[in-house]
Write a protein that binds this ligand. Structure first.
Ligand code: AMP
Ligand code: MG
Length: 418
């Protein structure tokens, strides 16, 4: 397993820009090396360990795209309809036993191999039969029409999927069409998740009057599962330096990443930074991002540690933008760029220069039919309803200071982040 050196993230500045943090992570975190052979039914969501090269062309043989009549291209009527003797019949799945000679047509069905000599198919809807059983073909069809040539989809020997690609259902379909039964995928990364705080209790346990049920851990575990991680739930650690340090040290021995929330700000009960420093190295702990400023990154016994802020919205946003690229790097995924949708802002907003902000927004159809982004009316980083009731995040870059209604902004749907 890749080991990190303790000084590989050395960083001196006070508030680390998001892109710098991501570049640091991507450059320093290396992918887990072990891979496994997976059956196709297990392949969705998994990361390819090797390029996938087509052992076969698709389609594997030239075939008819429709039910109809196949003829030689030179015979296609130019100016007026013409009668052809029907000399054979080829069903899908059958060998092309009949050949089309001059002036002859062969009855073919969708997916049937093209009869020898034929390169054009008339759709059955466009023809008629005469009393003698001949088929009357209309003029003007393009030569080569309604035929699917061998290899038009994929050529044998072509790299169809690259190492690092995360398999989707359509990719699984392609592997199956190529006759593959298995793909070689990197193993899932193992992530340990913990919450911190004396005020946090697990749902299902008694809650004191000044306590909150733990929501972050369940949110983070769900997001990790969606990214294809193997998740280990370490529960809640109390605001105590010794127990936090012990838990982190143990977790580092058996996981590829440790992900915590809470305890990374500057309060007296924020023990996470100190705990990381006692068993490893703290690399950065403040980022120029809102919501979410206290995001800590560290190295413990060669394993990365990421400490997200305690406020649920800050935890969500920083998971999506900081933890996710780190997970991609560890899992061996090709770095994908999240595609934002340009949308009209239906709100005004002011922000500080020099930090990246994410504004929770809902989509609404304006009177002229175009989509616009409506800001959630309140801004608290603890408001879970603000995530539940919106559709995504408007990303405002470091240089932006102000948004006016009607301006085009970059919208990231939650579906693109999870
Ligand atoms: P902290 O960063 O530990 O100071 O936490 C900031 C805020 O987030 C506090 O109000 C915490 O109660 C809250 N918080 C911390 N951890 C969690 C959690 N696991 N689930 C829900 N809220 C949390
Ligand atoms: Mg706390």
């Amino acid at each position: 397993m890749a080991q990190l050196t303790d000084d590989c993230f050395a960083f001196g500045g006070p508030l680390l820009p998001v892109d710098d943090a991501i570049a640091m992570l991507a450059a320093r975190l290396s992918a887990v090396e072990e891979s496994e052979s997976l059956k196709l039914v297990e392949a969705d969501g998994r990361v390819l360990a090797r390029d996938l090269v087509a052992p076969l062309s698709l389609p594997p043989f030239t075939n008819s795209a429709v039910d109809g009549y196949a003829v030689r291209g030179v015979d296609v009527p130019m100016d007026e309809e013409k009668a052809f003797a029907v000399v054979g019949r080829v069903q899908a799945g059958a060998a092309a036993n009949a050949a089309a000679e001059a002036g002859q047509a062969v009855r073919v069905f969708t997916g049937a191999p093209m009869p020898q000599g034929a390169d054009t198919v008339f759709m059955q809807e466009d023809v008629r039969l005469d009393e003698a059983g001949r088929v009357i073909l209309p003029p003007g069809l393009r030569r080569g029409a309604n035929v699917r040539p061998q290899g038009e989809d994929v050529a044998a020997g072509q790299t169809v999927l690259k190492a690092g690609h995360r398999m989707r259902p359509q990719d699984v379909a392609l592997a199956a069409a190529l006759g593959l039964t298995h793909v070689e995928a990197r193993r899932r990364i193992r992530v340990a998740v913990l919450s911190t705080g004396n005020e946090i209790v697990a749902p299902g346990t008694p809650r004191g009057s000044a306590q909150l049920f733990d929501s972050n851990r369940f949110m983070l575990m769900a997001m990790l599962a969606r990214l294809g991680c193997e998740v280990d739930d370490l529960g809640i650690v109390r605001d105590d330096m010794g127990s936090t340090a012990a838990m982190l040290r143990d977790a580092a021995a058996t996981h590829d990443l440790i992900l915590a929330s809470g305890g990374v700000s500057t309060g007296e009960a924020d023990f996470v930074k100190a705990a990381v420093e006692s068993v490893g190295t703290l690399v950065f702990w403040r980022m120029a991002i809102k919501p979410g400023r206290p995001v800590a990154m560290g190295v413990i016994a060669g394993k990365p540690f990421i400490g997200l802020p305690g406020n649920p919205v800050a935890s969500f946003v920083t998971f999506a933008h900081i933890a996710r690229p780190a997970i991609a790097a560890l899992a061996g995924m090709q770095p994908g760029s999240s595609v934002s949708v340009p949308l009209r802002a239906a709100f005004s907003y002011r922000k500080k220069e020099g930090r990246r902000e994410y504004v929770r927004a809902s989509l609404r159809k304006a009177e002229d039919g175009t989509l616009e982004a409506v800001k959630f009316p309140r801004e608290g980083a603890g408001l879970l309803s603000s995530l539940v009731e919106t559709d995504g995040l408007v990303e405002l870059g470091e240089t932006t200071t102000n948004v006016t209604p009607g301006e085009i902004v970059a919208f990231l749907p939650y579906s693109s982040l999870l």
